[in-house]
Design a protein around this ligand. Sequence first.
Ligand code: SF4
Length: 349
Amino acid sequence: MELKELPFLTNFGLMLTYKCTIACPHCIVKAGPHRTEEMRVEDAREWLTQIRDYTAEKGIKAGISLTGGEPFYNRELLREVADDAAKKGFLVSVVSNAYWAATREMALETVKSLESVGFFSISTDQYHQEFIPLSFIRNAVYACKKLGKEYDIAVAAVSEEDPAHLALIDDLLEFTEKEKIETALIAPVGRAETAIPPGTLEFSPEPCKASCSMASFPIIFPDGKVIACIGPPIVIPGRHPLHLGNLKQHPLRDLLQQAEKNSILHAIRVFGPSSLVELLRDKGYGHLLPPSFQTDSICDICHKLFSSGKICAALEEVAADDLFTKKVAYGRYYYLHEPEMMEMLDLVE
Ligand code: SF4
């Protein structure tokens, strides 16, 4: 088994706003111009301080991703948080739809205005393009290249073989390299649950077997909620295994110490969410499982498992088993070279 090593807690997301200049039909968080929730700048500063203190103590070099909604919707907030994060020693990235890049000049001016941001992740796909033409993406890429900023282009698709997706990739390759394009499959969650036409996504009875590197990077919401990844679990209401807690109730240190011991979270990182499906089947809970999972999508597994209160309760019970916890701790150590869980469980000789 080969795992892409993306060490635990080397990036934290701050969801600055639910506001967005557009309202894409595949948006998980249902962002749009009508939304009002935003992170308070004083909360962001406080949480960045807590992240800095925790990561410094653990010797982790961490990055901060500023996301939304559309973080440029409130540029003052974006700039203040980005500057504060950079001042605290973080590498700062921002995720944006590039609505500000109508011309090369406008793109240059905007990218230049955010000195603290070192990395731009630009979102585009056939849904974004109903609102923001490809020329904007081209201009944003031009500005990043011209100003020496790192960037990638994040593309969502119903399948990697979808003709519309392949045509878009061809268009992108006219002005960027293949390595800069990151494709993610659309999950039938949030607005996509009803807006993506039925029959567009593919499903099969067996879950996708891949492991997940994105569960290394928690994301913090304006209300203080902390979720272990930026996938579909961010919209599941209430408690579930990837809900790490709330910073308005507990300090970050407490939530992250708990997360270090969260065997469900680390099983997803090491063995993939399909390992939880296998575990539930082995322990006699197969009848609780959904009949099918989205083809090639590991996020759909998490969404389906953690959306069910009964499955969450069953998982909590089976994951409390000592053998399972030890297997995950050894897996973290062996595949990801992370001894923390072994040390916490006193398994290191
Ligand atoms: S596979 Fe699960 S843990 Fe990983 S990003 Fe998707 S939803 Fe999150």
